[in-house]
Design a protein around this ligand. Structure first.
Ligand code: NAP
Ligand code: ZN
Length: 341
């Protein structure tokens, strides 16, 4: 079979490898689609720890082709989505219910072979059933959606809340939709590309802000702004210093700012503790997907989340290294690697 292998930092190739064999507790899954994520680019550049040689790809779904002898709950032919993050279940974090902070966390597509391949091995406990009639491309959105769901849970959005989402990539555009579903009546997306602001309106954003049109904080919280005095919740989904700082200033006194974006290790920002204290701002960080993959799969399965509009391109495994080794094209939201293309 074919697989896109990270051989070492800066060395990413699609080549023939041996088809994997499932262990007793594993499913062998024929991959239908696997999303390219910013993390894959970080892995390629050596900016995120991993263990090459390894097949990348952690946003995958596909059809069960073989099942191990000890597997229960799945049958050959089932469509599944895999939660790539495998917690040990025994460390001090796991036993306290913080599986996303597991000290021995290992991820499919980072530490063990992932979904940019014809086949991927998925441990039974990491697999979640998807409907047989689902669009086979849509299962690949379960993983990013599960991460956004954790952020939305931490934000504690109430019906009627006002929410600002900073950054209109796939994480921001999924978060806009989740904020609406959580009951927010005002959902404002801040992103630089006009095409993404237009897309956000189609996905339920009530307004959008162009950072080039003037100071973002003033455009939102100023006396003549969209929500004078600040919003209940800010979701930072851009992963740049500027937006992390904006998040702490756009939120109203007593409101919550959730940081989902990943800044490079060692990078710092300047925030004012005095301001945070006297406005009692809740500053929360959200890391991956603890116990949210099932809900994400249900939301994708029932069509509650629009994902078709987020698919910019589908590419083959042979074309995939070029996608990961180059920056995203303007306007692009999600590229799917489709082995069967
Ligand atoms: P992405 O496509 O890079 O989206 C981020 C977008 O933010 C950019 O495309 C850009 O769109 C926008 N942006 C950049 N600078 C901005 C600025 N100054 N003001 C407003 N918008 C700005 O990545 P993604 O896949 O959506 O992921 C978003 C972030 O979440 C990344 O940092 C990623 O690593 C992280 N992430 C975190 C988790 C988690 O578990 N916490 C999970 C997955 C991903 P424009 O060009 O339109 O401005
Ligand atoms: Zn653990």
């Amino acid at each position: 079979m074919k697989a896109m292998r990270l051989e070492a930092t800066g060395k990413l190739f699609t080549r023939e490898v041996e088809k994997p064999r499932p262990g007793p507790e594993d499913l062998l899954v024929k991959v239908e689609a696997c999303g390219v994520c910013g993390t894959d680019r970080h892995l390629y550049h050596g900016e995120f720890p991993c263990t090459p040689p390894v097949t990348l790809g952690h946003e995958f779904s596909g059809i069960v082709e073989e099942i191990g002898s000890a597997v229960s709950g799945f049958a050959i032919g089932d469509r599944i989505t895999g939660d790539p993050n495998i917690a040990c279940g025994r460390c001090s974090q796991c036993v306290n219910g913080r599986v996303n902070l597991c000290r021995n966390l290992r991820a499919i597509g980072i530490h063990r072979d992932g979904g940019f391949a014809d086949y991927v091995v998925v441990p039974n406990k990491q697999a979640f059933l998807l409907p047989a009639d689902l669009n086979p491309m849509h299962g690949a959105f379960c993983e990013p959606l599960a991460c956004c769901l954790h952020g939305i849970d931490l934000a504690e959005i109430k019906a009627g809340s006002s929410v600002v989402v900073l950054g209109g990539g796939v994480i921001g555009l999924l978060t806009v939709q989740l904020a609406r579903l959580a009951g927010a009546t005002t959902v404002i997306l801040v992103t630089r590309q006009a095409a993404r602001r237009k897309l956000a309106a189609e996905l339920g954003a009530t307004a959008s802000v162009d950072p080039a049109a003037g100071d973002v904080i003033a455009q939102i919280t100023g006396d003549t702004g969209l929500v004078p005095g600040g919003v209940d919740v800010v979701m930072e989904c851009a992963g740049v210093g500027e937006t992390v700082v904006q998040a702490t200033k756009i939120v109203r006194p007593g409101g919550t700012a959730v940081i989902l974006g990943v800044m490079a290790q060692g990078e710092t920002v300047s925030i004012e503790p005095f301001d945070l204290l006297f406005r009692e701002v809740k500053l929360v960080t959200s890391f991956i997907n603890p116990f949210t993959h099932r809900r994400a799969a249900d939301m994708i399965a029932t069509g509650r989340i629009e994902v078709e509009k987020l698919i910019s391109r589908k590419v083959t495994l042979d074309e995939a290294p070029h996608v990961v080794t180059h920056p995203p094209q303007p306007g692009e939201v999600k590229v799917l690697v489709v082995p069967g293309l």
